[in-house]
Write a protein that binds this ligand. Structure first.
Ligand code: ADP
Ligand code: MG
Length: 687
């Protein structure tokens, strides 16, 4: 057993009661505790001038004591000690409560460091009960440092966690073994594990903290990418896939489509066909902007598969999407004799049984569904191709579970998340990538505007005009993150408000994440059938929805979304023959946020948006929601830390290409990779 596997109760000061609180945070072992990195730090090492302090924030000041401390007693027998201090920019009072030592601690002219919170009392600012230390005492132990702050749970204080972590570090006594051998650390500029563990929790300086962060972020990426390599090898090693027959051509079917394929679609179809005909398992990602026509390409692959005598499965993240894909596939294949079925969680047991039976016998050729598809009860007659749409919602593991239902079926993954190419090569390291980088002809640009709420009246008139001429509109209401209850209340309230204020004469519907699947479907159906003209929604409409008559997308508090997410929301409109509009509303005065929103009005290209997004984040500004965070990453952010992502990719390649894992130095890494591999697999899920 590893020392760090020991229970946290082996630490001094942690008994069963405290332990239970730590358990609540998911912390059971000493290792858990060590990997419970601070959420943020407060730098008490930086000295602020009195002139620059603001109420409600905490600062370290370096000051001279002015005169003697004064003491006063309140009616409630509280002793208040006041001490005036100053630096070359100003003067401020410090106050203590019931601290009898202060009076005798300082004398006029003493030079002191103080750290405390600034409060406003009447017109004056004071510093409340500061920690203090003599400036002349040389190396500072209390004030001149960077303090860690952790996520807490009720009953647990920062002090508790700090003490526990400190205890854990002492318990280990610098005896953590490094997963990276020295050779590798030198090559990639990584600091040693014990140094890093100490400095990520109790940084001795900003530089040392940076070194520690760099190492851990690198390590997270490294583990992730090793996992991908592992999967890729597993996918391909020794397995024989189906060789779909070349002679069965999809040309005839393509000729009957009401449009010609774009050359990008043709190229991607060619790449897919080659994979399908080869004896290796296809693991291919189709990346293409919203509306670029990924679905038809997947449908053609399914066609080829069915005509070869196999079944196909398509897994999508939501029931709305499942319904939609099922309908469009059924429509597309209506004269071909190919049967399409639907399986979703909200079906009755009876309904499911009927479908499952038909999938089992092969009566259904293609089954479209949600996660319900990976349940044990689902068995195929002869599964040949698995398609997953909007892959960032699924985990590698879920895909694997679905393909395990066949005998090495081919796998096609579609995503509209426009990730810059360099990044997708890394993140989708286990897949081959095809890009549809061209829009079908005649697509109108979605005119995009950025306004502040003072223009709302005009906007609403504009919307009404379009509703009157038969179009429909989406409103994405302000984002609420705090709680489910709040989310619901705020959507309802927002919906009521705009109905009352602007859309009395119109049919307004509402869609939110807390609705049951069939409620959602019902609303989407009404919207599709134009029984609803204005659809107020949280971001649940984000994924794949295709309603061509909807031409207006209004997004409130637009600064709170990432650019890629805005782009995806915008992609819900502009899908039909009518001119479409996207209106971004924001009152932010954050310059970067404004710049980002302005940029959205200038480009329609998802990949450009993604590149720009990366640039903005690269500059250290992390705004909006995390969209490409990978669960399992504690510190890393693939956008912000893209340099480390590349660096770690290099390291993984170096190790695998040179077969380093069989080397004695790499023994520890190998055993960690082996044991962690299962965990990594489960955690790799793009979201
Ligand atoms: P996405 O890539 O977002 O999944 P879809 O596959 O839903 O895009 O396609 C969007 C729309 O474009 C659909 O209505 C589809 O019928 C249409 N479409 C796809 N390919 C072409 C094409 N080559 N020419 C014209 N229209 C096309
Ligand atoms: Mg789609």
């Amino acid at each position: 057993m590893n020392v760090s596997d020991a229970s946290i109760q082996s630490l001094k000061g942690i008994g069963p009661v405290k332990a239970r609180l730590f358990n609540k945070l998911g912390l059971y072992t000493i290792e858990d505790l060590l990997e419970y990195y601070p959420k943020y730090y407060k730098d008490k090492s930086e000295i602020t001038k009195i002139r620059d302090v603001r109420p409600e924030l905490s600062y370290t000041i370096r000051v001279f004591v002015e005169g003697k401390a004064s003491e006063a007693r309140t009616k409630s027998r509280l002793t208040i000690t006041k001490l005036a201090v100053s630096d070359d920019t100003g003067r401020i009072n410090t106050v203590w409560f019931n601290n009898r030592f202060i009076k005798n601690t300082f004398k006029e002219g003493d030079e002191v460091l103080m750290y405390g919170k600034i409060k406003r009392i009447g017109k004056d600012l004071v510093m409340e009960a500061p920690e203090y230390e003599r400036a002349s005492s040389g190396e500072s132990v209390n004030l001149m440092r960077i303090a860690p702050y952790y996520s807490l749970t009720e009953g647990l204080t920062q002090k508790d966690v700090r003490k526990a972590v400190h205890g854990a570090l002492q318990y280990l006594n610098e005896k953590l073994q490094d997963v990276f051998p020295e050779e590798l650390r030198k090559k990639y500029g990584l600091a040693e594990i014990n140094f890093c563990m100490n400095n990520i929790h109790f940084p001795e300086s900003r530089d040392k903290l940076e070194l520690a962060r760099k190492r851990f972020i690198f390590e997270e990426f490294f583990m992730f990418q090793s996992g991908l390599i592992h999967i890729k090898r597993m996918n391909n090693e020794g397995k024989k896939a189906i060789c779909f027959n070349k002679e069965i051509d999809v040309r005839e079917f393509i000729r009957k489509l009401p449009y010609a394929l774009t050359s990008a679609q043709e190229r991607v179809l060619e790449e897919i066909s080659r994979d399908m005909e080869s004896p290796a398992i296809m693991n291919r990602l189709i990346q293409g902007d919203v509306g670029s026509g990924k679905t038809i390409v997947a449908a053609l692959a399914l066609y080829k598969c069915i005509r070869n005598g196999y079944q196909g499965a398509m897994m999508v993240p939501t029931e709305i999407l499942a319904e939609q894909h099922m309908q469009s596939l059924a429509q597309l294949f209506k004269d071909t004799g190919i049967t399409v079925g639907l399986l979703k969680g909200s079906m009755t047991v009876k309904e499911k049984e009927i479908i499952l039976e038909k999938v089992l016998t092969g009566e259904i050729n293609i089954v479209v569904g949600t996660h319900a598809l990976i349940q044990n009860s689902v068995s195929f007659n002869k599964l040949g191709l698995v398609v997953t749409d909007e892959q960032h919602r699924f985990g590698v593991r879920q895909r694997a579970l679905l393909s395990a239902k066949g005998d090495n079926p081919d796998m096609l993954v579609m995503t509209a998340t426009p990730i810059p190419r360099t990044l997708s090569l890394i993140i989708y390291g286990d897949l081959d990538i095809s890009v549809i980088d061209e829009m079908p002809p005649g697509r109108k640009k979605v005119e995009t505007y950025f306004i502040d709420s003072s223009k709302k009246e005009r906007l609403m008139n504009f919307v009404k005009k379009h509703l009157d001429s038969g179009r429909q509109a989406y409103f994405v209401c302000p984002l609420i993150e705090e709680s489910d209850k709040l989310e619901l209340a705020s959507v309802e309230e927002y919906c009521e408000n705009i109905k009352k204020q602007y859309f009395k004469k119109y049919k307004v519907g509402m869609l939110h994440g807390k609705m049951k699947a069939d409620e959602k479907n019902e609303i989407m159906e009404s919207f599709r059938e134009k029984k609803i003209q204005v659809l107020v929604s949280t971001t649940v409409i984000e994924v794949g929805v295709n309603i061509t008559n909807a031409t207006i997308m209004v997004i409130e508090d637009a600064e709170r979304y990432g650019m890629a997410q805005l782009h995806q929301l915008r992609g819900r409109v502009g899908r039909g023959k009518h001119q479409s509009y996207c209106i971004l509303i924001s009152d932010t005065d954050n310059e970067t946020a404004i710049e980002r929103l302005k940029y959205m009005t200038k480009t329609q290209n998802g990949f450009e948006v993604a590149e720009k997004d990366m640039e903005f984040r690269g500059s250290g500004e992390v705004l909006g929601q995390r969209q490409h965070g990978l669960p399992g990453f504690k510190l890393a952010d693939i956008f912000r830390d893209v340099k480390l992502l590349r660096l770690s990719k290099g390291a993984v390649e170096y190790i695998y290409d040179n077969n380093k894992l069989s080397n004695i130095e790499y023994k520890r890494m190998k055993s960690i990779l082996d044991s962690r591999f299962q965990k990594v697999l489960e955690e790799i899920s793009l979201n």
